[in-house]
Design a protein around this ligand. Structure first.
Ligand code: TIU
Length: 250
């Protein structure tokens, strides 16, 4: 296997490699910021704005928008703390050569993948609607993984990027909780990554799925990982942001 998590001895050491602890369910999540990535799953216009893939499947896209503000705060703090940040986008090549027929024909969508919608071709790489919302736009140095499936590992370089950077823990956010977030967390868990899901930074079109999907992660002693509110993660990162007294006084 080439895409399993690196062992801690493979991991680079850095200035911020002191373990930090987040109050989480089912118990505290401890992580080394030097080997932890913040992962934003599919915060794309196609899922969060009208006229995209999510709405074409019959969903009320406003259900997902409560994730934006807490995730904005988490992203800003993670950047300030020097964490690795990785964004993903679900989407397909313009010629649809990476789109299985089963995915194209599933359901009763008003607009199918590749059709032209108000924000460009639905779920096609390079189209305006397929890109990440302005509020969470990637900045230079952040990796963007384009994925054809629901999970971030399938048919992508995600696993390679994590290994190259010595990442062993993932703080997972994005949409939708029970689809792409769950698939990615399950894939990551099987590959040996420790995953913390930030409950208010993941969203579902279905409130009952949101609640149950989070329960599923943390049940059975954390069968897939941990769940915490974003504030607990922000609190854990606070020591990395404080200005040393000697510097503040100078
Ligand atoms: N439909 C739905 O809930 N989700 C997806 O199709 N993709 C992601 O979750 N990103």
């Amino acid at each position: 296997m080439t895409d399993t998590a690196p062992t801690p001895t493979d991991a680079p050491t850095g200035p911020a490699n002191t373990p930090l602890t987040v109050g989480a369910r089912p118990y505290d999540f401890t992580f080394d910021p030097a080997t932890t990535a913040l992962v934003l799953i599919d915060m794309q216009r196609d899922f969060l704005e009208p006229g995209g893939f999510g709405e074409s499947l019959g969903n009320d896209v406003s259900q997902l928008r409560s994730t934006i503000e807490p995730l904005r705060a988490v992203l800003a703090t993670a950047r300030a703390a020097g964490l690795t940040v990785i964004h993903t986008r679900e989407g397909h090549l313009p010629d649809l050569s990476d789109l299985p027929a089963a995915k194209l024909h599933r359901g009763n969508a008003t607009l199918r993948i590749g059709d032209v919608g108000p924000k460009g071709r639905i779920l096609i790489r390079g189209e305006y609607g397929q890109d990440i919302i302005d509020e969470l736009a990637p900045i230079d140095g952040e990796t963007v993984i384009d994925k054809p499936g629901k999970g971030a590992f399938y048919a992508t370089a995600f696993g390679d990027v994590l290994r190259q950077r010595g990442i062993t823990s993932l703080v997972v956010t994005g949409v939708t909780t029970e689809v792409c977030v769950h698939t990615t967390v399950r894939e990551a868990n099987d590959r040996g990554y420790e995953c913390l899901v930030l409950g208010d930074c993941v969203g579902s079109y279905f409130p009952e799925f949101q609640r149950v999907a989070l329960e599923m992660v943390a049940a059975q002693g954390g069968i897939f990982g941990w769940v915490a509110p974003s504030q607990a993660f922000l609190d854990a990162l606070a020591p990395l942001l404080s200005v040393p007294a000697a510097v503040a006084a100078s």
